[in-house]
Design a protein around this ligand. Sequence first.
Ligand code: AMP
Length: 226
Amino acid sequence: MTHAKKGLFVVFTGAPGCGKGTQARILKEKTHIAHLSTGEMLRQFAEKDTPLGHELKATLERGEFANDEMIIEMVKSRISEPDCAHGFILDGFPRTLPQAEVLEDLMAEQNIKLSAVLEIQVPDEIIMERILGRYACMKCGAGYHDKFQKPQIYGVCDVCGGTEFARRRDDNRTTVQNRLINYRLLTYPTIPFFEKRGLLKTVDGTGTIDAVSRKINDVLGLDEDK
Ligand code: AMP
């Protein structure tokens, strides 16, 4: 009998702006497992001056999803890289039922048992305020917010001293409304899918970043000082 690979293999899910990316970065810092953000991968593709890059840029700006086949290929190849052998945090994948089904098959093929699917719950009213105020350092990617997380020195990144910041092009009101609709329509059905498999853990994402991170550690059974 073959034993499942040892490690922490988690999925972070939830509506746009629920804090998946922020919390995934914190968990990566703590555990050193790989952080796979499909949104980040797509934003990098969308920067390229190629037909695919142009198409993706338009898709992201409309708040629509990239097609399942492409995303699945991207994740399949990323998951088989060596840094994922002992754990990963999937941030933004799976986002549709077909993606969830493929993930299940992929995990079985690779002899990996998912540790948990963590849903971070935040009401829509809070989401809009969070997304419209957020921006990031262009040099190191550290995240900030106009109201909730300003740099200590105005215009200077706390982490790397960078002085240039950018907002995501899809963080505007119209696009966020579409992203929320697509979340309800296409991503939400993955919640009962994972619940049926006993993998779903739910965390209230409305507190401070630290408070939510503590709850996540708790739910994943990670001790505070690890
Ligand atoms: P995120 O950074 O997770 O908020 O993702 C940004 C955007 O990338 C989403 O609004 C989608 O357009 C696209 N995207 C990210 N992950 C996926 C996925 N798994 N399937 C389809 N589209 C995705």
